[in-house]
Ligand binder design. Structure first.
Ligand code: FES
Ligand code: FES
Length: 205
């Protein structure tokens, strides 16, 4: 008997996407296979490695432990959503991984980047213990973590510098850029609009 499909509306990287998927479709599979957002990697598929981490309403979650239908009504950000759709510029977290040699094979990297995006949105100036705690849910087989910690420290510097240069950064009001800008927002894709699951969301980074 054919499996019943559910109509699901997801907000991904600022764009509304419509899918028809089985109720048991994992969010990681919906992102990778239905929306072609293959920057979200899948390793263990049972919540251990952190490769599949995305932001759900700004908080890092493991997309292999969620059903796609459970993400309806939430804002999702994948690694593709950190960079402008029309630009080659890397997000400061990606740039810091490059500068600090925070990756080797790179398989774990998108998951680390999304965990770090959540960490730095909550805590723009973490000390080393807080960084270690913040990345403790992500596994890397290659780097030994030292350079990843350096990359987080460098990313925090770059993001704080970007915040202080942003228009309205000195505005103490709740509407000032310094209080309304999160890690993902300064590099959010421009021209976000509505697409169905066949829309081209851009390539994985
Ligand atoms: S693939 Fe999701 S935690 Fe490993
Ligand atoms: S860079 Fe290879 S697993 Fe982390």
């Amino acid at each position: 008997m054919a499996e019943t499909l559910e109509q699901v509306t997801l907000r991904v990287n600022g764009t509304t996407r419509q899918l028809r998927v089985p109720a048991r479709r994992l969010l990681s599979d919906a992102l990778r296979h239905d929306l072609r957002l293959t920057g979200t990697h899948v390793g263990c598929e049972h919540g251990v490695c952190g490769c599949c981490t995305v932001l759900l309403d700004g908080d890092p979650v493991r997309s292999c432990l969620m059903f796609a239908v459970s993400a309806e009504g939430h804002e999702l950000t994948t690694v593709e959503g950190l960079t402008p759709r029309d630009g080659d510029e890397l997000h400061p977290i990606q740039r810091s991984f490059q500068e600090c040699h925070g990756l080797q094979c790179g398989f774990c990297t998108p998951g680390f980047i999304m965990s770090i995006a959540g960490l730095l949105a909550d805590n723009p100036d973490p000390d080393e213990d807080e960084i270690v705690e913040g990345i403790s849910g992500n596994l890397c087989r290659c780097t030994g973590y030292r350079n990843i910690i350096r990359a987080v420290q460098r990313a925090a510097e770059l993001l704080r510098a970007a915040e202080s240069e942003a228009p309205g950064a000195d505005d103490p009001s709740p509407h000032g850029a310094a209080t309304t800008t999160s890690v993902s927002v300064p590099y959010a894709p421009s021209g976000a609009d509505d697409h169905d699951a066949t829309g081209d969301e851009g390539s994985a980074r």
